[in-house]
Ligand binder design. Structure first.
Ligand code: OAD
Length: 236
């Protein structure tokens, strides 16, 4: 399969694509979920129990993002827009795809640089109009939205719905080529997205570790994201 001007490439990324920018992944040895309890800092119940702890966790990740730079993999994905339509679906909450120049990015799990008012026990995903861009600033308990409610990270916590999943499915259904980079495919619904790709769509997977994907469409490139992207581009 060669990419042509009217081809649609859909790229699904996870923490591994940002590893070479200095971000820890979640489930690798030494990863974030070894250092923090996911139930405390990234779940709906964790937020209700101890919002300060959750705000601090995301404040420190936001501060880290300020000094991070897109790496060769982000840049290579963005550069493919010169060849064809490229849609990036990312599980990452950083903005490194955008800073590398990608113009169509769907953030499945939210965005670090944004916050929104909390809506109580039965948290809704919040309307786009309520979302506030805080850039790299810290947010504290007592910081309120214009509607008087506490600001919370614009992040999909475990236990919450994934509002952008339908948009992502629609993109994958139209993919001529699907490229998956740096995700362990452990977290649903993102992990099941590849199943929506058309039957004749090749699925390239870049990861230094084998990813347990049983699908005849898969072409596995066992490499880190930067050099894996070079291999992908030479094959496509
Ligand atoms: P994981 O930490 O589960 O998986 C990261 C993947 O990246 C693994 O398969 C690694 O082998 C691979 N990897 C490591 N270094 C790499 C490199 N240099 N280049 C390419 N790949 C590399 O992270 P995700 O699959 O992204 O959700 O995790 C999915 C979700 O779980 C996250 O979005 C987050 C987390 O909990 C929320 O917080 C809602």
């Amino acid at each position: 399969m060669k990419l042509q001007r009217n081809s649609r490439l859909v790229v699904l990324t996870g923490a591994g694509v940002s590893a070479e920018s200095g971000f820890s992944t979640f489930r690798d040895s030494g990863g974030l979920w070894e250092q923090y309890d996911v139930n405390e800092v990234a779940s709906h119940e964790g937020w209700l129990r101890n919002p300060s702890l959750v705000l601090d966790f995301y404040n420190s990740r936001r501060a880290q993002l300020k000094d991070a730079r897109p790496n060769a993999a982000h840049l290579a994905i963005a550069a493919l827009e010169k060849q064809c339509r490229v849609d990036v679906i990312t599980q990452n909450v950083d903005n490194l795809h955008e800073r590398a120049g990608s113009t169509h990015v769907v953030h499945l799990h939210g965005e670090l640089t944004k916050v929104r008012p909390e809506s109580g026990l039965y948290e809704r995903s919040g309307s786009e109009q309520e979302v506030i861009d805080v850039g790299y600033e810290s947010v504290s308990l007592g910081d309120k939205a214009p509607n008087g409610r506490q600001l919370r990270p614009h992040i999909v916590f475990f236990g919450e719905a994934v509002p952008k999943i339908e948009e992502a499915i629609n993109l994958v259904e139209k993919a001529d080529v699907l490229l998956i980079v740096g995700t362990s495919l452990q977290v649903y619904p993102a992990a099941g997205l590849y199943r929506y790709a058309p039957m004749d769509t090749p699925i390239y997977v870049i990861d230094p570790k084998p990813v347990p994907l049983i699908d005849p469409r898969v072409v596995f490139i066992q490499d880190k994201a930067s050099t894996g992207m070079e291999q992908f581009i030479s094959q496509i």
